[in-house]
Design a protein around this ligand. Sequence first.
Ligand code: ADP
Length: 574
Amino acid sequence: MRKRILLVTLLVSVVGILLLSVLFSAVFYEQTLDRTRSQLKIYMGIYRAEFADSPLTAETARALSEELGGARVTFLLKDGTVAADSGAEGALENHLERGEVQEALETGEGYAVRRSATLRENLVYYCCSFDEMFTLADGTPQEGALVRIAVAGSSGYAIFAGALPTVVWFLIVDILCCLFVAWMATSFVLRPVEKLTLEAAHGGGKEVRTEYAELAPIAKMMNDMNADLHEKVEKMKEDRRIEKLVLNSMEHGIVIFRDPADVILINRTARRLLDYETNEPVPCFVNDREIAAILESGESASVVRSIGGRYYAFRFTFNEKMRVLLITDVTESTQAARSKNDFIANVTHEMNTPLTSIRGFAELIAAGAMPPEKLEGVANTIMRQSDRLANLIRSIINFSAIDSDELPDYEVDLSELLHEAVSAFEPKIAQKKLRMKADIGNGVKVMSRRERLLEIVNNLVSNGIRYNKEGGELSVTLTGGPVPVLRVSDTGIGLSEEDKTRIFDRFYTVDKSHNGTGGGFGLGLAIVKKLCRRAGWKLSVESELGKGTSFVIEFSAANQKTAQNPSPEANGIG
Ligand code: ADP
């Protein structure tokens, strides 16, 4: 701005000075011309007074010229013929067409300013017409003639050119003065504006003030803008904070990136799962061939990866500029799928074994190849295998029936139920030579249904017997209070850490080899878990491999009185 003001000031002043110079030159030229005309009139007067009777000869012209200080004198006939001229020897061309001659013939006198072709200088001509009798050089009389006197005169251009050096000096001084004055003026005007701008920029949002009334609207505008900006920045910060909070509290991992080393956004979960360090390429984008190939192809795709014992689905989507990776924990569904596969394998195996043996025996009997004394033993085997098949089918039906069980709860005497259940297992306990410890508090009541509680107790106790060591200990403890607690413990084979997390899955059995040899189908604990979850009870397991296992159920009073379909989150394992 300062530069522009300086330039404009300079331009205006230079153009002004040049125009003034031209104007002055023109005025000066006009004045000079007027003076010259007056001078020429005086010269003509001298001619009239002293040379009017002289012949129109070159001598007379030169004498007059000398008298007039060197002015050019020309005598002309009225037809334009030059009779004599003080400045030129010999005949001159006809002057009838010259402006001053024409004017003099019409009005008696005429002026002209012209460059003389004869003398090659700028001349001011004054011509007068006379009607008296004259004598020509050859002595012949002549009626009427024209006398023209010319003196050198400056042209406007010559005047301007003459003044030019002065004008140039004047211009230099003018430019310097202009520069100085414009600099001072702009400084004076701009300083408060600059101060205002600096305050607004670096004042940290503080209100800007000015002592100049003219700048008050600007200051107000700046303050309004500052306030608006501040509000917007705060809003943006808040939005960003919320965005960050949402992203970081998501259990899903999210990564938005342009290429493996150019990550635009990554949330906490993804950072942890991908072991990502800022400014480094995301490790799996480079090291995992399948993922690298997906990124290369640019086509949306998913892969599943195992990280820290859990399974995660990596879903890649692409748009023109960005790529997005969404990481979802699919451990549950992967394990469920795995359990399902186990189930199919188990069920096939479980069904196949008894069916094969039943069919084999039936074929032998049909062919009459079975000795009669073995028939009883074979019939017993066929019945055992059929029972096992029936058990398997019942367990599956039981498991799926829980979901559709909407029957109302009522108060069940759990103490009584436990006594009954435990005594029903006495033969099996004796068979395995187990020490039975039952510490069952009296009158402990729970809101549920008898068949459900029986299912739970039977499963836990039968497992305590089945997975116990010969001669081991089985203990059943029930404590009352606001939250009754049931604990079924054994000193059996125990569980590994990994198995502890999986035994509640459907069809999961730790030792697959026991199938068909008296082991269950892996549905018992899944049923227990499902029943506890629906009732809102907390089910947990404590176990040490080789030492034994305890299953604990806390019958939460609040839940058991009200809940028919409690939320899955209410339970300890799930
Ligand atoms: P199953 O009918 O096979 O016993 P469960 O669902 O009751 O099925 O148990 C699942 C698996 O958990 C069992 O196969 C077994 O390996 C393990 N398990 C259950 N209870 C115990 C226990 N008390 N001690 C050791 N392992 C157990």
